[in-house]
Design a protein around this ligand. Structure first.
Ligand SMILES: [Zn+2]
Length: 342
């Protein structure tokens, strides 16, 4: 898997936040967004790994998870090309579903990954309607009139009699890189150093951008599913001495209230049935595959915190150390704890 790494230089951190210093807003290292690809640090590419699960372990995890028998129904409402500050273009897919009223997303790297529900022909719609929804092939250019055919790139879509898109599976036969990401307002937007969500999100995007093919399923389940308000309360309990698991339990929430069946349904809609999953979380492997393993995780790629790879990069805080320790010791994540940072 080629990782895009040309012209990458190490950023010069303006300062390092230690547990004893009070962060100045100007000194908070920006995790998302980064200003340009020139500042993306070089890191060791994750080594391919097996899913790390024996059949017995998989079954034991499955038994403990109570996975739903049927998957949610998802429908892709719209898709649009997004040029990014990081370089690669992405196709953002917005989904509705039949189990909650949230707008979950798929961030797709690669024009050839297509949503079945988005591309299905709808009665009475025009080619203009299809282009507006994002159900087009190739690239939109001013004056283009046909959604199903790109004359410039010489690409054309074909449909069954019932209007279902015919997919040429050969266009992406390799297992596709996938990351399942749960929304984290604090980590992605408010520069929080309590967790590594923003960093992991950026890393997943960087790896997929380099590969040119991948999908981040972005689920709107803030705070491991408990919501932002409850997460803020949990942070206060953590400042009072609880770890992330204890804090959730004190608030009468499960340690992890997330549901990944929406991710499974979205991956199936995108035709991503054999995947390489970027995760350290064993339960996530089993959860994403679903009860009947309609999606198969063929490889697991670890997400190593940047601060463990290069001291100057990544998040440094007392809180992140506790957060990562809890993930490893209390939640069974597949990370080896490194020698203590700082
Ligand atoms: Zn987070």
């Amino acid at each position: 898997m080629p990782i895009h790494s040309e012209n990458i230089q190490h950023p010069q951190p303006s300062s390092q936040i230690t547990s004893s210093s009070i962060p100045d807003v100007h000194q908070i290292p920006l995790v998302t967004p980064k200003p340009s690809t020139a500042n993306v640090p070089t890191i060791t590419a994750p080594k391919p790994a097996t899913p790390d699960l024996s059949p017995e372990e998989r079954e034991a995890i499955k038994q403990s998870m109570n996975l739903p028998d049927t998957l949610p129904i998802v429908n892709c409402l719209a898709r649009a090309r997004i040029p990014t500050t990081q370089g690669p273009e992405i196709f953002l897919h917005l989904y509705e579903n039949n189990i909650d009223n949230k707008e979950h997303l798929a961030i797709v790297f690669g024009e050839n990954i297509r949503s079945r529900s988005l591309f299905k022909q709808r009665k009475g719609e025009t080619q203009q309607d299809r282009m507006t929804r994002g159900a087009y092939v190739g690239r939109l250019t001013p004056g283009r009139t046909i959604a199903d055919r790109d004359e410039i790139l010489n690409k054309e879509l074909h449909f069954n009699e019932d209007g279902t898109l015919i997919i040429d599976e050969k266009t992406y036969s390799d297992p596709t890189l996938v990351r399942i990401h749960s929304e984290c307002y604090t980590g992605e937007t408010a520069w929080s150093a309590r967790c590594d969500c923003g960093e992991q999100f950026d890393e997943a995007g960087r790896i997929m951008g380099g590969d040119g093919h991948g999908c981040i399923v972005y689920l709107r389940q803030e705070g491991r599913g408990i919501g932002l308000g409850e997460k803020l309360k949990a942070y206060n309990l953590q400042d009072l001495g609880a770890d992330t698991v204890q804090a959730n339990i004190m608030l009468r929430h499960p340690a992890d209230a997330r549901d990944f069946s929406l991710a499974t349904a979205i991956l199936l809609d995108l035709g991503l049935v054999e995947i390489k999953l970027l995760t350290n979380n064993r339960e996530k492997i089993v959860a994403v595959e679903g009860k009947h393993r309609r999606v198969k995780v063929l490889e697991r790629l670890p997400m190593i915190p940047l601060s463990w790879q290069q001291k100057e990069n990544g998040i440094h805080s007392k809180e992140i150390e506790g957060y990562l320790s809890t993930k490893i010791e209390r939640m069974g994540h597949l990370l080896e704890k490194p020698i203590k940072i700082n």
